[in-house]
Design a binder for this molecule. Structure first.
Ligand code: NAP
Length: 403
Protein backbone atom coordinates (compact mmCIF):
# COMPACT_ATOMS: atom_id res chain seq x y z
CA UNK A 1 0.00 0.00 0.00
CA UNK A 2 1.23 3.45 -0.81
CA UNK A 3 1.66 6.13 1.83
CA UNK A 4 -1.67 7.27 3.15
CA UNK A 5 -3.13 10.73 2.73
CA UNK A 6 -4.08 12.59 -0.35
CA UNK A 7 -1.98 15.61 -1.20
CA UNK A 8 1.34 13.76 -1.31
CA UNK A 9 4.37 15.49 -2.75
CA UNK A 10 4.64 17.45 -5.94
CA UNK A 11 6.62 14.60 -7.42
CA UNK A 12 3.78 12.10 -6.98
CA UNK A 13 1.79 11.40 -10.14
CA UNK A 14 -1.88 12.29 -10.06
CA UNK A 15 -4.23 9.35 -9.87
CA UNK A 16 -7.94 8.94 -9.87
CA UNK A 17 -9.15 6.90 -6.90
CA UNK A 18 -12.42 5.05 -6.71
CA UNK A 19 -14.13 5.65 -3.33
CA UNK A 20 -17.50 4.81 -1.75
CA UNK A 21 -19.68 7.42 -0.10
CA UNK A 22 -20.31 6.10 3.46
CA UNK A 23 -23.28 8.43 3.91
CA UNK A 24 -25.23 6.90 1.04
CA UNK A 25 -23.92 3.31 1.10
CA UNK A 26 -26.46 0.89 2.52
CA UNK A 27 -23.88 -1.88 3.06
CA UNK A 28 -25.74 -4.32 0.81
CA UNK A 29 -22.50 -6.02 -0.31
CA UNK A 30 -23.42 -5.80 -4.00
CA UNK A 31 -20.17 -4.05 -4.94
CA UNK A 32 -18.05 -6.58 -3.09
CA UNK A 33 -19.91 -9.44 -4.77
CA UNK A 34 -19.61 -7.82 -8.19
CA UNK A 35 -15.97 -6.70 -8.19
CA UNK A 36 -14.05 -9.15 -10.42
CA UNK A 37 -10.67 -8.27 -8.88
CA UNK A 38 -11.70 -8.28 -5.21
CA UNK A 39 -10.84 -4.63 -4.73
CA UNK A 40 -13.92 -3.93 -2.61
CA UNK A 41 -13.83 -4.96 1.01
CA UNK A 42 -15.51 -3.93 4.26
CA UNK A 43 -15.28 -3.79 8.03
CA UNK A 44 -18.06 -3.18 10.55
CA UNK A 45 -18.15 0.47 9.57
CA UNK A 46 -17.61 0.92 5.85
CA UNK A 47 -17.32 -0.59 2.39
CA UNK A 48 -14.08 0.59 0.79
CA UNK A 49 -12.05 0.21 -2.42
CA UNK A 50 -8.43 -0.91 -2.47
CA UNK A 51 -6.77 1.58 -4.81
CA UNK A 52 -3.99 -0.86 -5.61
CA UNK A 53 -6.40 -3.50 -6.87
CA UNK A 54 -9.15 -1.45 -8.55
CA UNK A 55 -8.79 -1.67 -12.35
CA UNK A 56 -11.62 0.79 -13.16
CA UNK A 57 -13.65 -1.88 -14.95
CA UNK A 58 -16.82 -0.15 -13.62
CA UNK A 59 -18.65 -3.48 -13.23
CA UNK A 60 -19.77 -2.39 -9.74
CA UNK A 61 -21.30 0.93 -10.83
CA UNK A 62 -24.62 -0.09 -12.27
CA UNK A 63 -25.64 -2.77 -9.72
CA UNK A 64 -25.17 -0.34 -6.78
CA UNK A 65 -28.70 0.53 -5.69
CA UNK A 66 -27.84 3.98 -4.32
CA UNK A 67 -25.00 5.39 -6.40
CA UNK A 68 -22.71 5.42 -3.33
CA UNK A 69 -20.16 3.50 -5.40
CA UNK A 70 -19.96 6.14 -8.12
CA UNK A 71 -17.50 8.45 -6.38
CA UNK A 72 -13.98 9.42 -7.33
CA UNK A 73 -11.20 11.57 -5.99
CA UNK A 74 -8.08 12.76 -7.76
CA UNK A 75 -5.16 12.32 -5.39
CA UNK A 76 -1.41 12.40 -5.29
CA UNK A 77 -1.26 9.53 -2.82
CA UNK A 78 -4.15 7.11 -2.47
CA UNK A 79 -6.33 6.93 0.61
CA UNK A 80 -5.47 3.71 2.39
CA UNK A 81 -8.03 1.09 3.43
CA UNK A 82 -7.64 2.26 7.04
CA UNK A 83 -8.29 5.86 6.03
CA UNK A 84 -11.51 4.76 4.31
CA UNK A 85 -12.65 2.47 7.14
CA UNK A 86 -12.58 5.53 9.42
CA UNK A 87 -14.70 7.79 7.21
CA UNK A 88 -18.20 8.86 8.22
CA UNK A 89 -18.42 11.04 5.10
CA UNK A 90 -16.37 11.43 1.93
CA UNK A 91 -13.46 13.82 2.22
CA UNK A 92 -13.66 16.87 -0.03
CA UNK A 93 -11.63 16.75 -3.22
CA UNK A 94 -8.13 17.58 -1.91
CA UNK A 95 -5.82 20.19 -3.39
CA UNK A 96 -3.58 18.20 -5.70
CA UNK A 97 -0.41 19.03 -7.59
CA UNK A 98 0.25 17.71 -11.06
CA UNK A 99 3.98 17.45 -10.67
CA UNK A 100 5.11 20.34 -12.85
CA UNK A 101 4.23 23.88 -11.79
CA UNK A 102 2.85 25.01 -15.14
CA UNK A 103 -0.51 25.78 -16.68
CA UNK A 104 -0.74 22.54 -18.65
CA UNK A 105 -0.30 20.55 -15.46
CA UNK A 106 -2.98 22.64 -13.76
CA UNK A 107 -5.30 22.01 -16.72
CA UNK A 108 -4.68 18.28 -16.49
CA UNK A 109 -5.46 18.31 -12.76
CA UNK A 110 -8.64 20.32 -13.45
CA UNK A 111 -9.73 17.94 -16.20
CA UNK A 112 -9.23 14.87 -13.98
CA UNK A 113 -11.11 16.46 -11.10
CA UNK A 114 -14.04 17.50 -13.32
CA UNK A 115 -14.16 13.97 -14.74
CA UNK A 116 -14.09 12.50 -11.24
CA UNK A 117 -16.97 14.72 -10.16
CA UNK A 118 -19.12 13.61 -13.06
CA UNK A 119 -18.89 10.02 -11.85
CA UNK A 120 -18.77 6.91 -14.02
CA UNK A 121 -22.53 6.59 -14.07
CA UNK A 122 -22.71 5.70 -17.75
CA UNK A 123 -23.25 1.97 -17.29
CA UNK A 124 -26.69 2.58 -15.82
CA UNK A 125 -28.73 4.86 -17.99
CA UNK A 126 -31.87 6.85 -17.30
CA UNK A 127 -34.75 6.64 -19.79
CA UNK A 128 -34.17 9.06 -22.65
CA UNK A 129 -37.38 10.94 -21.93
CA UNK A 130 -36.95 11.14 -18.13
CA UNK A 131 -36.81 14.59 -16.57
CA UNK A 132 -33.45 15.78 -15.27
CA UNK A 133 -33.15 14.77 -11.61
CA UNK A 134 -31.68 16.96 -8.88
CA UNK A 135 -29.41 15.02 -6.56
CA UNK A 136 -27.45 15.52 -3.32
CA UNK A 137 -29.03 18.86 -2.45
CA UNK A 138 -28.98 18.08 1.27
CA UNK A 139 -26.57 16.04 3.36
CA UNK A 140 -26.04 15.09 6.98
CA UNK A 141 -24.27 18.38 7.71
CA UNK A 142 -26.99 20.37 5.97
CA UNK A 143 -30.17 18.30 6.03
CA UNK A 144 -33.58 19.50 4.93
CA UNK A 145 -36.09 19.55 7.79
CA UNK A 146 -39.47 18.00 7.01
CA UNK A 147 -42.58 17.83 9.15
CA UNK A 148 -44.67 14.67 9.39
CA UNK A 149 -48.17 15.47 8.18
CA UNK A 150 -49.54 11.94 8.01
CA UNK A 151 -48.71 8.37 8.98
CA UNK A 152 -50.94 5.40 8.19
CA UNK A 153 -50.59 1.66 8.57
CA UNK A 154 -50.82 0.00 5.15
CA UNK A 155 -51.06 -3.61 6.24
CA UNK A 156 -53.97 -5.23 8.05
CA UNK A 157 -53.97 -4.97 11.87
CA UNK A 158 -53.33 -8.72 12.17
CA UNK A 159 -50.60 -8.79 9.49
CA UNK A 160 -47.08 -9.93 10.44
CA UNK A 161 -45.59 -6.86 8.79
CA UNK A 162 -46.17 -3.31 9.98
CA UNK A 163 -45.78 -1.29 6.80
CA UNK A 164 -46.47 2.45 6.95
CA UNK A 165 -47.22 5.25 4.57
CA UNK A 166 -45.54 8.36 5.97
CA UNK A 167 -46.01 11.84 4.52
CA UNK A 168 -43.25 14.41 4.95
CA UNK A 169 -43.90 18.07 4.24
CA UNK A 170 -41.02 20.39 3.36
CA UNK A 171 -42.80 23.70 3.98
CA UNK A 172 -40.77 26.48 2.36
CA UNK A 173 -37.74 24.30 1.68
CA UNK A 174 -37.19 23.29 -1.94
CA UNK A 175 -36.89 19.51 -2.14
CA UNK A 176 -37.47 18.53 -5.78
CA UNK A 177 -37.87 14.81 -6.46
CA UNK A 178 -38.77 12.66 -9.44
CA UNK A 179 -40.59 9.33 -9.38
CA UNK A 180 -38.01 6.58 -8.75
CA UNK A 181 -35.66 8.71 -6.63
CA UNK A 182 -34.85 8.04 -2.98
CA UNK A 183 -34.27 10.22 0.04
CA UNK A 184 -32.15 9.67 3.14
CA UNK A 185 -33.53 9.78 6.67
CA UNK A 186 -31.29 10.56 9.63
CA UNK A 187 -32.47 8.84 12.79
CA UNK A 188 -31.50 10.92 15.84
CA UNK A 189 -29.06 9.59 18.41
CA UNK A 190 -25.99 7.42 18.22
CA UNK A 191 -25.13 3.75 18.00
CA UNK A 192 -23.41 1.68 20.71
CA UNK A 193 -20.01 3.09 19.82
CA UNK A 194 -21.22 6.68 20.03
CA UNK A 195 -21.21 7.23 16.24
CA UNK A 196 -24.28 8.92 14.74
CA UNK A 197 -26.72 6.50 13.14
CA UNK A 198 -26.24 5.91 9.46
CA UNK A 199 -28.47 7.63 6.97
CA UNK A 200 -31.03 5.16 5.57
CA UNK A 201 -32.47 5.42 2.10
CA UNK A 202 -36.14 5.07 1.16
CA UNK A 203 -37.80 5.33 -2.23
CA UNK A 204 -40.23 8.16 -2.76
CA UNK A 205 -43.74 6.72 -3.09
CA UNK A 206 -45.47 9.85 -4.40
CA UNK A 207 -45.28 11.68 -7.71
CA UNK A 208 -43.05 14.68 -8.27
CA UNK A 209 -45.76 17.24 -7.48
CA UNK A 210 -46.58 15.75 -4.09
CA UNK A 211 -49.15 13.52 -2.44
CA UNK A 212 -51.79 15.92 -3.68
CA UNK A 213 -51.03 18.03 -6.76
CA UNK A 214 -48.87 21.06 -6.02
CA UNK A 215 -48.02 20.08 -2.44
CA UNK A 216 -44.41 20.41 -1.31
CA UNK A 217 -44.47 16.98 0.29
CA UNK A 218 -43.66 13.36 -0.43
CA UNK A 219 -44.58 9.92 0.88
CA UNK A 220 -42.49 6.94 1.95
CA UNK A 221 -43.41 3.26 2.28
CA UNK A 222 -41.55 1.86 5.28
CA UNK A 223 -41.64 -1.57 6.89
CA UNK A 224 -40.81 -1.87 10.58
CA UNK A 225 -37.79 -4.18 10.79
CA UNK A 226 -37.00 -6.02 14.03
CA UNK A 227 -34.17 -4.02 15.67
CA UNK A 228 -34.14 -1.62 12.71
CA UNK A 229 -33.09 1.75 14.11
CA UNK A 230 -34.33 3.93 11.27
CA UNK A 231 -37.38 1.88 10.26
CA UNK A 232 -38.66 1.90 13.85
CA UNK A 233 -37.91 5.62 14.14
CA UNK A 234 -39.95 6.31 11.01
CA UNK A 235 -42.78 3.93 11.87
CA UNK A 236 -43.08 5.56 15.33
CA UNK A 237 -43.17 9.14 13.99
CA UNK A 238 -46.22 11.18 14.90
CA UNK A 239 -47.92 14.00 13.08
CA UNK A 240 -46.00 17.23 13.69
CA UNK A 241 -42.63 15.52 14.31
CA UNK A 242 -39.68 17.06 12.50
CA UNK A 243 -37.31 14.84 10.53
CA UNK A 244 -33.85 15.38 9.05
CA UNK A 245 -33.76 14.45 5.37
CA UNK A 246 -30.84 14.10 2.92
CA UNK A 247 -30.81 13.67 -0.83
CA UNK A 248 -32.53 13.41 -3.17
CA UNK A 249 -30.62 10.43 -4.60
CA UNK A 250 -30.78 8.44 -7.81
CA UNK A 251 -30.29 9.52 -11.40
CA UNK A 252 -31.19 6.44 -13.42
CA UNK A 253 -34.14 4.51 -11.90
CA UNK A 254 -36.47 7.17 -13.28
CA UNK A 255 -39.79 7.14 -15.04
CA UNK A 256 -39.99 7.85 -18.78
CA UNK A 257 -41.98 11.00 -19.46
CA UNK A 258 -42.94 9.64 -22.87
CA UNK A 259 -46.65 8.74 -22.67
CA UNK A 260 -46.19 6.04 -25.30
CA UNK A 261 -43.63 4.18 -23.17
CA UNK A 262 -44.87 0.85 -21.78
CA UNK A 263 -43.80 0.31 -18.17
CA UNK A 264 -43.43 -3.23 -16.82
CA UNK A 265 -43.01 -3.07 -13.03
CA UNK A 266 -42.05 -6.05 -10.88
CA UNK A 267 -41.83 -5.72 -7.10
CA UNK A 268 -42.05 -7.36 -3.72
CA UNK A 269 -43.29 -5.76 -0.50
CA UNK A 270 -42.09 -2.20 0.07
CA UNK A 271 -40.32 -2.34 -3.29
CA UNK A 272 -43.72 -1.14 -4.52
CA UNK A 273 -42.94 2.42 -3.35
CA UNK A 274 -41.55 3.80 -6.63
CA UNK A 275 -44.30 2.08 -8.61
CA UNK A 276 -46.97 3.86 -6.62
CA UNK A 277 -45.19 7.06 -7.67
CA UNK A 278 -45.09 5.98 -11.34
CA UNK A 279 -48.75 4.99 -11.31
CA UNK A 280 -49.91 8.19 -9.63
CA UNK A 281 -47.87 10.27 -12.08
CA UNK A 282 -49.50 8.58 -15.09
CA UNK A 283 -52.91 8.81 -13.49
CA UNK A 284 -52.47 12.49 -12.73
CA UNK A 285 -50.97 13.86 -15.93
CA UNK A 286 -51.21 11.12 -18.60
CA UNK A 287 -54.47 9.39 -17.87
CA UNK A 288 -55.03 8.57 -21.56
CA UNK A 289 -51.43 7.66 -22.32
CA UNK A 290 -51.17 5.12 -25.15
CA UNK A 291 -48.34 3.35 -23.30
CA UNK A 292 -49.39 0.46 -21.06
CA UNK A 293 -48.46 -0.07 -17.43
CA UNK A 294 -48.28 -3.59 -15.99
CA UNK A 295 -47.50 -4.50 -12.39
CA UNK A 296 -46.41 -7.82 -10.88
CA UNK A 297 -46.51 -7.44 -7.11
CA UNK A 298 -45.50 -10.12 -4.59
CA UNK A 299 -46.52 -10.26 -0.93
CA UNK A 300 -47.23 -12.91 1.65
CA UNK A 301 -51.00 -12.39 1.66
CA UNK A 302 -53.40 -9.67 0.48
CA UNK A 303 -53.41 -8.36 4.07
CA UNK A 304 -49.63 -7.86 3.84
CA UNK A 305 -49.63 -6.16 0.45
CA UNK A 306 -48.95 -2.42 0.76
CA UNK A 307 -51.64 -0.29 -0.94
CA UNK A 308 -53.88 -3.34 -1.52
CA UNK A 309 -57.10 -1.31 -1.10
CA UNK A 310 -56.07 1.74 -3.15
CA UNK A 311 -54.68 -0.49 -5.90
CA UNK A 312 -58.08 -2.13 -6.37
CA UNK A 313 -59.41 1.29 -7.36
CA UNK A 314 -56.81 1.92 -10.08
CA UNK A 315 -58.56 1.08 -13.37
CA UNK A 316 -57.14 -1.89 -15.28
CA UNK A 317 -56.97 0.35 -18.36
CA UNK A 318 -54.35 2.45 -16.59
CA UNK A 319 -52.57 -0.33 -14.73
CA UNK A 320 -52.76 -4.06 -15.41
CA UNK A 321 -52.26 -5.68 -11.98
CA UNK A 322 -51.05 -9.16 -11.09
CA UNK A 323 -50.64 -10.10 -7.42
CA UNK A 324 -48.53 -13.08 -6.31
CA UNK A 325 -49.14 -14.42 -2.79
CA UNK A 326 -46.63 -16.68 -1.09
CA UNK A 327 -48.33 -17.51 2.22
CA UNK A 328 -52.07 -17.83 1.78
CA UNK A 329 -53.14 -20.82 3.90
CA UNK A 330 -54.17 -23.76 1.78
CA UNK A 331 -52.76 -22.28 -1.42
CA UNK A 332 -49.46 -22.96 -3.17
CA UNK A 333 -46.64 -20.44 -2.77
CA UNK A 334 -46.62 -18.10 -5.77
CA UNK A 335 -43.80 -15.64 -6.47
CA UNK A 336 -43.85 -12.81 -8.99
CA UNK A 337 -41.71 -14.82 -11.38
CA UNK A 338 -44.22 -17.70 -11.29
CA UNK A 339 -47.04 -15.34 -12.13
CA UNK A 340 -45.05 -13.77 -14.95
CA UNK A 341 -44.64 -17.20 -16.52
CA UNK A 342 -48.39 -17.75 -16.17
CA UNK A 343 -48.98 -14.43 -17.95
CA UNK A 344 -46.27 -15.10 -20.55
CA UNK A 345 -48.39 -13.90 -23.45
CA UNK A 346 -49.01 -10.47 -21.94
CA UNK A 347 -45.41 -10.10 -20.79
CA UNK A 348 -44.03 -11.33 -24.13
CA UNK A 349 -45.97 -8.68 -26.05
CA UNK A 350 -44.50 -5.98 -23.85
CA UNK A 351 -40.95 -7.35 -24.07
CA UNK A 352 -41.09 -7.33 -27.85
CA UNK A 353 -42.22 -3.72 -27.96
CA UNK A 354 -39.36 -1.25 -28.57
CA UNK A 355 -40.84 1.30 -26.18
CA UNK A 356 -41.09 -1.01 -23.17
CA UNK A 357 -39.18 -0.22 -19.97
CA UNK A 358 -38.64 -2.90 -17.33
CA UNK A 359 -38.26 -2.02 -13.62
CA UNK A 360 -37.49 -4.44 -10.80
CA UNK A 361 -37.65 -3.28 -7.18
CA UNK A 362 -37.61 -5.16 -3.89
CA UNK A 363 -35.89 -8.24 -2.55
CA UNK A 364 -32.53 -9.08 -4.04
CA UNK A 365 -33.54 -12.74 -3.98
CA UNK A 366 -36.10 -12.30 -6.75
CA UNK A 367 -33.56 -11.09 -9.32
CA UNK A 368 -32.50 -14.49 -10.63
CA UNK A 369 -35.99 -15.94 -10.62
CA UNK A 370 -37.38 -12.96 -12.54
CA UNK A 371 -34.49 -13.05 -14.99
CA UNK A 372 -35.09 -16.75 -15.64
CA UNK A 373 -38.78 -16.07 -16.17
CA UNK A 374 -38.07 -13.25 -18.63
CA UNK A 375 -35.62 -15.51 -20.50
CA UNK A 376 -38.21 -18.29 -20.73
CA UNK A 377 -40.91 -15.86 -21.85
CA UNK A 378 -38.78 -14.08 -24.44
CA UNK A 379 -37.32 -17.03 -26.27
CA UNK A 380 -35.85 -20.47 -26.18
CA UNK A 381 -32.84 -20.40 -23.93
CA UNK A 382 -31.30 -17.36 -22.29
CA UNK A 383 -29.12 -15.95 -25.08
CA UNK A 384 -31.87 -14.01 -26.81
CA UNK A 385 -33.10 -12.50 -23.57
CA UNK A 386 -29.53 -11.66 -22.49
CA UNK A 387 -29.04 -9.79 -25.77
CA UNK A 388 -32.32 -7.93 -25.40
CA UNK A 389 -31.57 -7.10 -21.76
CA UNK A 390 -28.17 -5.67 -22.72
CA UNK A 391 -29.83 -3.63 -25.46
CA UNK A 392 -32.52 -2.37 -23.10
CA UNK A 393 -29.95 -1.46 -20.48
CA UNK A 394 -27.90 0.51 -23.00
CA UNK A 395 -31.12 2.22 -24.07
CA UNK A 396 -32.06 3.20 -20.49
CA UNK A 397 -35.00 0.78 -20.50
CA UNK A 398 -33.94 -1.84 -17.94
CA UNK A 399 -33.65 -0.88 -14.28
CA UNK A 400 -32.97 -2.76 -11.05
CA UNK A 401 -33.28 -1.56 -7.48
CA UNK A 402 -33.00 -4.55 -5.21
CA UNK A 403 -31.76 -4.84 -1.62
P1 NAP B 1 -41.33 -9.35 2.16
O1 NAP B 1 -42.59 -8.97 2.80
O2 NAP B 1 -40.26 -10.01 2.98
O3 NAP B 1 -41.53 -10.26 0.91
C1 NAP B 1 -42.42 -9.93 -0.08
C2 NAP B 1 -42.70 -11.16 -0.89
O4 NAP B 1 -41.53 -11.55 -1.63
C3 NAP B 1 -43.11 -12.35 -0.05
O5 NAP B 1 -44.23 -12.92 -0.67
C4 NAP B 1 -41.91 -13.25 -0.13
O6 NAP B 1 -42.23 -14.62 -0.02
C5 NAP B 1 -41.45 -12.97 -1.53
N1 NAP B 1 -40.13 -13.50 -1.84
C6 NAP B 1 -39.18 -13.95 -0.98
N2 NAP B 1 -38.13 -14.43 -1.66
C7 NAP B 1 -38.41 -14.29 -2.97
C8 NAP B 1 -37.72 -14.63 -4.17
N3 NAP B 1 -36.51 -15.20 -4.15
N4 NAP B 1 -38.30 -14.34 -5.35
C9 NAP B 1 -39.52 -13.75 -5.38
N5 NAP B 1 -40.23 -13.44 -4.29
C10 NAP B 1 -39.68 -13.69 -3.09
O7 NAP B 1 -40.76 -8.04 1.47
P2 NAP B 1 -40.22 -6.72 2.14
O8 NAP B 1 -39.60 -7.00 3.46
O9 NAP B 1 -41.24 -5.68 2.06
O10 NAP B 1 -39.00 -6.42 1.20
C11 NAP B 1 -39.01 -5.57 0.17
C12 NAP B 1 -37.61 -5.25 -0.25
O11 NAP B 1 -37.67 -4.03 -0.98
C13 NAP B 1 -36.64 -5.04 0.88
O12 NAP B 1 -35.45 -5.70 0.57
C14 NAP B 1 -36.43 -3.54 0.87
O13 NAP B 1 -35.17 -3.15 1.30
C15 NAP B 1 -36.61 -3.24 -0.61
N6 NAP B 1 -36.95 -1.87 -0.99
C16 NAP B 1 -37.64 -1.05 -0.15
C17 NAP B 1 -37.90 0.24 -0.55
C18 NAP B 1 -38.57 1.24 0.34
O14 NAP B 1 -38.64 2.40 -0.06
N7 NAP B 1 -39.05 0.90 1.50
C19 NAP B 1 -37.50 0.67 -1.82
C20 NAP B 1 -36.83 -0.21 -2.64
C21 NAP B 1 -36.57 -1.49 -2.23
P3 NAP B 1 -41.94 -15.55 1.27
O15 NAP B 1 -43.28 -15.92 1.78
O16 NAP B 1 -41.19 -16.72 0.73
O17 NAP B 1 -41.14 -14.73 2.25
Amino acid sequence: MEPTGNAGTAADALRKQHVIDPEICIRCNTCEETCPVDSVTHDDNNYVVDADKCNFCLDCISPCPTGAIDNWRVVNAAYSLDDQFGWSELPAQPEVRAGAPDEAADDEAGRLIAEAHRGAGGRSIAPASAAEPRINLYNRQRPAIATVTGTFRLTAPDADNDVRHVILDFGDTAFPVLEGQSIGIVAPGADGSGAPHRVRLYSVASPRDGEKPNANNLALTVKREPNGVCSNYICDLKKGDRVQVTGPFGATFLMPNDPSANILMICTGTGSAPFRAFTERRRRVMRDAPGRMMLFFGARRPEELPYFGPLQKVPEGLLRKHFAYSRVPGQPKVYVQDLMRQKADEVGILLRHPQTHVYLCGLRGMENGVDDALAAIYGNGGAEWAALRAHMRADGRYHLETY
